[in-house]
Design a protein around this ligand. Structure first.
Ligand code: NAD
Length: 324
């Protein structure tokens, strides 16, 4: 493919979990990929294998400040944001800023380059949902001033601003509502249940369950999530779209599966539930099935095994870090 035909894509949050997998996916498909990240929760090791490739560039930059990228851009994926509860509780202002100012900066950049932009929203826009499964038409049940409000409301604002650019400026926009996704390159100590359980099981420690463990989550393997995002970007659908795995399970069941898969002798120990923790989470993905012809393909057993193998291959001292 010659340079004229090669599509150029900017991916913010490129050094993070999802952003780095998206960089890989677009590199494989012969895009020129420009990664951008301020590294507040990301890790350059996630993308170091791309640095030697001619079609990859990286800028260390905070997207809540003015964003400039030289040259033409065809697509923008805005994935920069603290994403786990531990991260956004420690960085509440940065979280609000990247969802609001950061999104505004990137929408402006998309407009100036006539690029199509996809923003990463979240199932957290549904808050502690009063209906299940959650379809895109559900408006949610969010406490704006609770501890999680900094993330949930930043993402709700992000969606509103994105739709305003679409409706008012005619910008080509896409909004993906991502449900819990897991896989290699998650951080062991980011406070999310799945990596914490795996780290505890591999270290032979008891698994910490918040609450009685009957709250449910639905976990999507990262390659399925990336495929859904890829198809949404290339579709002509501008309204928000759920992408996740509807295979719902309780936190207790997930912990038991991890104990089995790691061969650990660990037990479950219970701690109080954090404020506003959602009791259930399950996507209605009928739109993604119909419009994107997309469905998750990776079974939980296979996805868990790949994730456990990734964590097992980490240096021993990383597993031993006790800050989870
Ligand atoms: P992550 O923490 O691994 O990655 C986020 C990346 O964004 C990090 O590399 C971080 O350094 C970078 N970043 C944060 N603020 C920035 C800023 N101001 N400027 C530049 N870079 C900045 O998290 P993730 O799980 O990969 O999440 C990526 C995106 O997907 C986030 O927007 C998140 O809200 C969304 N999301 C993720 C999930 C999930 O299950 N992983 C679920 C719903 C939504």
């Amino acid at each position: 493919m010659n340079r004229q035909e090669q599509k150029r894509i900017l991916i913010t949050g490129a050094a993070g979990f999802l952003g780095s997998h998206l960089c890989d996916r677009f590199m494989q498909d012969n895009f020129h990929v420009i990664g951008m990240d301020n590294l507040i929760t990301g890790d350059l090791r996630n993308i170091e294998h791309l640095f030697k490739l001619p079609n990859f560039e990286f800028y260390q930059h905070d997207v809540s400040k003015f964003v400039h990228v030289p040259g033409q851009l065809d697509y923008i994926l805005h994935f920069a944001s603290p994403a786990s509860p531990i991260d956004y509780l420690q960085m509440p202002i940065q979280t609000l800023k990247v969802g609001s100012l950061g999104t505004h900066n990137l929408l402006g950049l998309a407009k100036s380059k006539s690029a199509r932009i996809l923003v990463a929203s979240t199932s957290e826009v549904y808050g502690d949902p009063l209906i299940s499964p959650q379809s895109e038409e559900y408006w949610g049940n969010v406490n704006p001033v609770g501890p999680r409000g900094v993330y949930d409301e930043a993402k709700r604002f992000q969606e509103a601003m994105t739709m305003a650019y679409h409706n008012f400026h005619g910008l080509e926009t896409r909004i993906v509502r991502i449900f819990n996704t897991y896989g290699p390159r998650m951080r062991l100590n980011d406070g999310r249940a799945l990596p914490t359980f795996i780290a505890q099981a591999l270290e032979g420690e008891d698994l910490t369950i918040f609450g009685d463990g009957t709250q449910t989550r639905s976990f999507c393997y990262v390659s399925d999530q990336v495929e859904g995002i890829y198809r949404l970007l290339l579709s002509d659908y501008a309204l928000p779209m759920n992408v996740g795995n509807p295979d719902e399970m309780t936190i207790n069941e997930m912990a038991q599966e991890i104990i089995l898969a790691t061969g650990s002798a660990a037990k479950l120990v219970h701690k109080p539930l954090p404020i506003d923790d959602p009791k259930q989470r399950r996507p209605d993905i009928s739109k993604a099935i119909k419009i994107l012809n997309w469905e998750p393909r990776v079974s939980r057993g296979e996805g868990l095994q790949k994730t456990i193998d990734y964590f097992k291959a980490l240096p021993e001292e990383e597993l031993k870090r006790k800050d989870f």
